[in-house]
Design a binder for this molecule. Structure first.
Ligand SMILES: NC(=O)c1ccc[n+]([C@@H]2O[C@H](COP(=O)([O-])OP(=O)(O)OC[C@H]3O[C@@H](n4cnc5c(N)ncnc54)[C@H](OP(=O)(O)O)[C@@H]3O)[C@@H](O)[C@H]2O)c1
Length: 406
């Protein structure tokens, strides 16, 4: 972003070229107020300088970027920190751009490359690839910048909303991108809908229908009240999860690989069947009335709190899912990073206190292990994003998932 402000005989250039989290203030020049910026593929710096009108370009170019690519915009004077999350910077370029699309092994995916306007976005490139290949719908394309030789780490993933010029290394007339086919995709809502639908249907089948005669139990089945409450509790939970999927969550990713539907359904449907079989079994022995009330009471409170956590997470993003990752705040999030997982685990604990089956506890342990693993990664990610440097807020001290242990 370039700003030019004229005041009397002086011209004030204020250059802010930035990528989220990569803006760095350095001491440079007599005013010690420069900005250094590390871009993914090169480093670039510019600073705020006062210079005379007769020589406006004395400091008006940046080191690794051709001055002709820079456009003088209306005056902009923003601190580096306020630019985070807004993404991008303005370049003035002209003409066309040739994009070479290669596989990770370096093989050209689109023979001869693709010609696009230099104002084209990554999304335009994805559409162009789709138009040339048909098989690769934009949702299954992952485009990254090539990794320089002998470098470690993760490549820069191209954001569909950004202009391709923002990823050019000085020369805005050509760009090489690495293409990866993510395979067939489904929307996140579809993925979650199918994984939760299974338990929601399977469980009542064991409760309402005489399925146990197929397992060798011919006698009359006596249904205990606790089994009825468990059925309502269970169905309420999965109905709530489906509703949250469609009306509460604001996902940052549009799609997920189709293979995840089979993997997640296998997990939820199998556990749903396993637990439903034992909880509704004709030989099931109920717990005491008091234990049942404590279990379901505690579990229901946790389900409501879990819903509240999801509302708090939803409010961190705008309606279209943009806004990236923020520091979750409010209620339990003030002490634990993944309060939604904490409440989820405790609501299953409530269910198991009330039902007391081995199957239920096995599910609780497996689910807690999975969520702990995810929570550790989310905690690390938030600490990395909010590192307290260069004007970024510092992630507050918090438990990860299960205070006072983790
Ligand atoms: N029983 C089980 O085995 C099990 C396992 C996992 C989850 N669950 C249940 O399913 C619920 C949802 O699971 P999940 O893994 O999808 O939860 P999650 O990753 O915490 O995400 C919930 C939603 O909040 C968003 N979000 C999370 N942290 C955010 C942040 N710092 N800033 C902005 N947005 C943020 C997520 O965005 P993104 O789209 O970017 O992720 C997502 O849309 C859990 O809360 C839990 O109740 C159950």
């Amino acid at each position: 972003m370039v700003g030019c402000e004229r005041s009397g005989g002086t011209c004030f250039f204020s250059f802010h070229v930035f990528f989220p989290n990569q803006c760095k203030r350095v001491e440079q020049g007599p005013e010690k107020d420069g900005l250094a910026l590390l871009l993914p593929t090169r480093s670039l710096y510019y600073s705020s300088h006062k210079t005379t009108e007769s020589d406006p370009n004395k400091y008006g170019s940046c080191c690794l970027c051709s001055p002709s690519l820079i456009r003088i915009c209306p005056p902009i004077s923003l601190p580096c920190s306020s630019l985070f999350g807004r993404g991008g910077f303005s370049f003035e370029t002209s003409g066309a751009m040739k994009v070479t699309v290669v596989s990770r092994s370096g093989r050209e995916i689109i023979k001869g490359g693709i010609e696009l306007k230099d104002s084209a976005t990554v999304s335009d490139l994805q559409d162009a690839i789709h138009a040339r290949t048909k098989k690769y719908h934009p949702s299954r394309q992952r485009l990254t910048l090539p990794m320089p030789p002998r470098t470690q780490g993760k490549p820069v993933v191209l954001n569909p909303k950004k202009r391709l010029a923002e990823y050019c290394d000085g020369d805005a007339s050509s760009l090489t991108v690495v293409f990866k086919d993510l395979g067939m995709q489904v929307s996140y809502s579809t993925l979650f809908f199918w994984e939760y639908l299974g338990p929601l249907i399977i469980y009542p089948i064991f409760y309402y229908f005489p399925v146990y005669k197929y397992f060798g139990y011919e006698g009359e089945r006596v249904t205990h009240p606790v089994q009825t409450y468990a059925m309502y509790y269970w169905c309420f939970h999965y109905f709530k999860r489906i509703m949250e999927t469609f009306f509460v969550h604001r996902f940052s990713h549009a799609t997920s690989p189709l293979s995840n539907v089979f993997r997640n359904c296998a997990y939820y449907w199998t556990f749903g069947t396993y637990i439903a079989y034992y909880v509704n079994h004709p030989l099931y022995t109920p717990v005491s009335d008091l234990q049942m009330k404590i279990g379901f009471g505690f579990g229901l409170i946790c389900q409501v709190l879990n819903f509240y956590c999801h509302i708090l997470l939803r409010n961190l993003r705008s309606t279209d899912g943009s806004g990236g990752y923020q520091i979750p705040r409010g209620f339990l999030f003030n002490i634990v990073t993944c309060a939604n997982y904490t409440t989820e685990i405790h609501q299953w604990l409530g269910f198991n206190i009330a039902m007391q089956t081995v199957a239920g506890y096995v599910f609780l342990v497996v689910a807690a292990l999975i969520m702990t693993n995810w929570a550790l990664a989310k905690h690390r990610r938030l600490k990395k994003i909010f590192d307290g440097k260069e004007g970024r807020p510092k992630y507050p001290r918090r438990w990860v998932i299960l205070p006072p242990f983790l």
